[in-house]
Design a protein around this ligand. Structure first.
Ligand code: KG4
Ligand code: ZN
Length: 349
């Protein structure tokens, strides 16, 4: 029997420091340190994120190794997020990964964060369970920074079919929550309130973008004007209607997202659909996609909650798949703030 492939994955692209150990494609640990320092600002403050990563990176990696019961000298390779993301945040994870890999004299593997969100579907669990998609499939990646429909032909063969031209879906959730004074990050708060509200209580405009592209910045403005008008008549309007407002906004976002997915299925004739990214934690989106798929006869892949928002396991599985094809990277490669989902990085880049 050949030796197991033991990968440490490190994620630090935004405001979560996360590390995970994956052995032969099976997740054995996944540890995340969230940053509460951004709450009072209603959004991520890049310089504060970078400083918090510096504080969190060593204890997070050590905890991931401990929970996996793996000693650093037994690691096969280290994977890290090269981009896209906040440069100051990426620098912390990439510098740590490079130093650690050099000191252990093991391969360093760079990972595209957007590909990793999708590849999280290839993680297996210790109990033997998994729900690995069959190629080709479409993935709706919905996060705080991105909204994309991607055609996935192979692990690292991805084609961008459409994307947002302005705000991302997660940003729409966060900005609406901020306007309503609900806190940060807004997505999970809106989700919770929406579950008790009427999605048809209020109607908000849906953007009409060409092809498979999205636009969400108009929704935030529409909600702002709608609230200003109603609060002028009733100062308690938000407090009295927050569940219905959240349900109606969430409904609009979900309908917009799924409208383009239906179109993508029609155009590509691919009816295996995965969803990924922080917004794929949204219960309304998960339920709507599941029932739509049932109706249409699609096969649908909904990630475990643990793999929706940023996590080290998605980086570790992507690095595992790259390790199997010998796709290592140079230690001199600098982090990339911007990076297309189609770029699989590696030694050549
Ligand atoms: O993938 P992610 O962790 O980070 C990025 O790469 O951006 O996504 C974070 C986004 C935030 O905008 C957050 O509000 C949103 O995902 N989010 C949700 C939910 N949980 C997280 N949005 C809607 N409903 C949720 N339950
Ligand atoms: Zn992400």
């Amino acid at each position: 029997m050949s030796a197991p492939v033991i990968i440490l994955g490190i994620e630090s692209s935004c405001d979560d420091t996360s590390a995970s150990v994956v052995i032969d494609g099976v997740k054995v640990s996944n540890v995340t340190a969230n940053q509460s320092v951004h709450e009072e600002f209603g959004g991520v403050v890049p310089e504060l994120a970078s400083r918090a990563h510096q504080q969190n990176i060593v204890p997070t990696v050590m905890e991931a190794l401990k929970q996996a019961n793996v000693k650093s000298e037994n690691l096969t390779a280290i994977g890290y997020t090269r981009g896209p993301g906040l440069l100051g945040s990426l620098l912390v994870g990439s510098s740590f990964a490079k130093g650690f890999a050099l000191s252990l004299d093991i391969p360093l593997i760079e990972v595209n964060h957007m590909q990793a969100h999708i590849l999280a579907h290839f993680i297996s669990e210790k109990d033997g369970s998994s729900n690995i998609p069959q190629f080709p499939f479409l993935c709706l990646t919905v996060s705080g920074g991105h909204t994309q429909i991607v055609e996935v032909t192979n692990h690292f063969d991805m084609k961008l079919l459409g994307q947002t031209k302005d705000d991302a879906a997660g940003e729409a959730f966060d900005k609406v929550a901020k306007i309503m004074g609900l806190g940060y990050p807004g997505g999970p708060i809106v989700d919770k309130l929406a579950s008790k509200g009427n999605p048809h209580a209020f109607e908000f405009p849906r953007s009409k973008m060409q092809g498979l592209n999205y636009s969400f910045s108009g929704l935030k403005t529409a909600v702002l004007y709608f609230l200003q008008k109603n609060v002028a008549e009733n100062p308690n309007f938000v407090e009295e209607n927050k569940q219905d407002i959240c349900a109606s906004v969430q409904y609009t976002i979900i309908e917009t997202l799924l409208g383009k997915v239906k179109r993508a299925v029609k155009e590509t004739k691919i009816n295996r659909i995965a969803v990924a990214g922080g917004v794929s934690a949204n219960s309304g989106l998960r339920n709507s996609l599941t029932s739509l798929a049932k109706n249409k006869g699609w096969k649908v892949y909904i990630p475990k909650m643990e793999y929706t928002t940023d996590n080290g396991a998605m980086i570790a599985i992507a690095a595992h798949l790259k390790y199997l094809k010998g796709d290592y990277s140079k230690v001199g490669n600098a982090p990339l703030a911007r990076l297309s989902v189609e770029n699989d990085l590696g030694w050549k880049s």
